[in-house]
Design a protein around this ligand. Sequence first.
Ligand code: HEC
Length: 112
Amino acid sequence: MRQMLLFLLVLTTLLAKEKDSFITEQEYAANLYANPRGIGCNKCHGKKGEGMIISRYKDKNEKKVLKTGSIQNLSFQNFKDAFTQKKGVMPKYFLTSSELKTLYNYLSIRKK
Ligand code: HEC
């Protein structure tokens, strides 16, 4: 009986470990960044939020460039504002505040 209990204890500990390592916070954040229930952030902000050229085009014969700057050094307030205050190109998303926090932590380089 005692051995059985011990066996069960070991088993549940192992299973709990397995569950924890199923997907790390970092992997979850990377997936969310690339697939945030809409067009991936990486398509316009670069692989790690470093910024990129989205497109080059001509307007009234003038060459124009549509690009984003880095979003790696914003305050959380400024980061959040991008989702509540529509400016133009940035699409609308329906992310929870916990998801925003995950993305923010993932992109912020200050703390690393
Ligand atoms: C279709 C391109 C596009 C996609 C996709 C996109 N963004 Fe943006 N984002 C922009 C542009 C362009 C701006 C600059 C403001 C504007 O024109 O809306 C911006 C602005 C921002 C800002 C504010 C930057 C600042 O300096 O204040 C943040 C933060 C941001 N985006 C985060 C994200 C995150 C996180 C995602 C994914 C959930 C995302 N964006 C998806 C194009 C995009």
